[in-house]
Design a protein around this ligand. Structure first.
Ligand SMILES: Nc1nc2c(c(=O)[nH]1)N[C@H]1C(S)=C(S)[C@@H](COP(=O)(O)O)O[C@H]1N2
Ligand SMILES: [Mo]
Length: 454
């Protein structure tokens, strides 16, 4: 469905269609708003633009994609799910075997732990996600608990090691994650083969992925092919080092001791304004958006036109689902001027979005209420003169072999790091097998820290 059509349906459903002509004009002006934002084409990291938040269920082709390595093309005929380790019966399932178990459907938000990383100061390395590394889908599959029951957990089982069919680049550690047996036995934790009524696409984990509702995306393992039941914590890179955040607030820029870092699990309460975009005509302007939390229902969403000084109640619309997006709307009497519009959600567990975010070293779980500029004017603003970017410096030849064998310039262009941060990144990447000759390293770091600085 086209964006303009979606907007009209939405506005009329919400009883907001007071100025249809203006709405159509504005919708047409903003059609390009729906193009996905590609942070990195290979490995694919793609974010949903703000206009995508008009939907309660995110269409699959607009849904963000986050992959640490290249997307594997799994052939169903060659694929099985193996379960072994601390189980009574090690088993191997085909997709048809799994589909004989009772099916469950769940509507749930998948959000990357790094969503909002771009807003942290000081900046840190990693994909510079803004708002759209999150979506809400209808997932169908089996309960993980039913699958585990067939295999039989042995006493002492504490963790499930989950591995997908993706293969790491160079010496980068394989993406392997664990979840506690307690989360695995939760009746809402699924192994899903369907997203929004269709088989999973390769990007989203065909043929099978983990659905860990209420938890950040790093636990939602894609292309799942192996579950090993363990009686201990797993110390692979993606558990022991990555996806951890401080157990207590730290000053921005702090190097946090490993013993004070805990795994990222639950999502934070959060909301986003889908509409209006950057320009609207004065009048009663329909403001719409979504809110979500970690499985606690949304109690209220408030709206501010002045950067969070004064708040107005909004109306919760659509359907309440435990783990899904909750839509909300507000009819904003907007007069001419420039505004900083913000929304703030509160869940039924009493959590509210903060106005400022506590910093953490990897930039996880941003949920501060985030203001955004909108111009209210009866005249369409002249398109902004795109500033001519300075001609890029010529990278040293070694940069191409060292960095561009796995990455793409897109990844670099997002980064805004100090020389010390680039040195640290070089240590990590050479450790993972980036082909860097020691004598070439200073020139590469010179280039990176002069081109991609704070
Ligand atoms: N096997 C595997 N599973 C994975 C990943 C991955 O790189 N490999 N990325 C994870 C992360 S960090 C996120 S945020 C989600 C993204 O899911 P999506 O691409 O379907 O939106 O998948 C998770 N599952
Ligand atoms: Mo993620």
């Amino acid at each position: 469905m086209s964006l303009s059509r979606r907007r009209l349906l939405l506005a009329s459903a919400a009883g907001l269609l007071s100025r249809p002509a203006g709405l159509i004009e504005q919708a047409n002006a903003a059609k390009s708003d729906l193009a996905p934002i590609v942070l990195s084409p290979q490995p694919l990291d793609r974010e949903m633009p703000l206009a995508g938040f008009v939907d309660e269920i995110t269409p699959t082709d607009e849904f963000f994609v986050r992959s640490h390595t290249y997307i594997p093309q799994v052939k169903l005929a060659d694929w099985t799910l193996k379960i072994d380790g601390l189980v009574d019966h090690p088993l191997s399932f085909t997709l048809a075997d799994l589909q004989k178990l009772p099916h469950t459907e769940l509507i749930g938000v998948l959000e990357c732990a790094g969503n909002g990383r771009a807003f942290y100061e000081p900046h840190m390395s990693g994909a510079q996600w803004k708002f759209g590394a999150v979506g809400n889908a209808r997932w169908v599959g089996v309960r993980l608990k039913d699958v585990l029951q067939k295999a039989g957990l042995k006493p002492g089982a504490t963790q499930l090691l989950l591995d997908g069919a993706d293969v790491p680049l160079a010496r980068m550690p394989d993406f392997q994650r664990t979840i506690e047996v307690k989360k695995a036995l939760d009746p809402d934790t699924l192994l899903a083969w369907e997203m929004n009524g269709q088989p999973l696409t390769p990007e989203h984990g065909f043929p099978l992925r983990v659905i860990a509702p209420g938890w950040a995306g790093d636990s939602w393992v894609k292309w799942l092919q192996h579950i090993e039941v363990l009686d201990h914590d797993f110390d692979g890179f993606w558990m022991k080092t990555a996806y951890r955040h401080p157990s207590h607030p730290v000053a921005p820029g702090t190097v946090v001791d490993a013993k004070d870092m805990i795994p990222v699990t639950d999502l934070n309460v959060k909301s986003v304004i889908a509409e209006p975009g950057t320009w609207v005509k004065p009048g009663d302007v329909p403001v719409v958006g979504v809110a979500w939390s970690n499985g606690a229902a949304i109690a209220k969403v408030e709206f501010s036109e002045d950067g969070g000084r004064n708040w107005r109640p909004t109306k919760l619309i659509g359907k309440e689902t435990k783990y899904g997006f909750r839509k909300w709307s507000y009819l904003w009497p907007a007069s001419e001027g420039k505004f900083s519009i913000v929304s703030r959600a509160t869940d039924t567990a009493g959590r509210t979005q903060p106005l400022t975010e506590d910093w953490n070293p990897s930039g996880y779980l941003w949920n501060a209420a985030q203001g955004r500029d909108v111009l209210v004017s009866s005249k369409r603003p002249a398109p902004e003169e795109a500033a001519t970017p300075p001609a890029p410096a010529t990278p040293p030849d070694a940069y191409k072999t060292a960095c561009m064998s796995c990455h793409d310039d897109h990844m670099m262009r997002q980064q805004r790091m100090t020389r010390a941060q680039w040195e640290k990144e070089m240590d990590k990447m050479t450790g993972w097998g980036a082909p860097v000759k020691p004598e070439d390293r200073p020139a590469i770091v010179d280039y990176l820290s002069s081109q991609y600085k704070p």
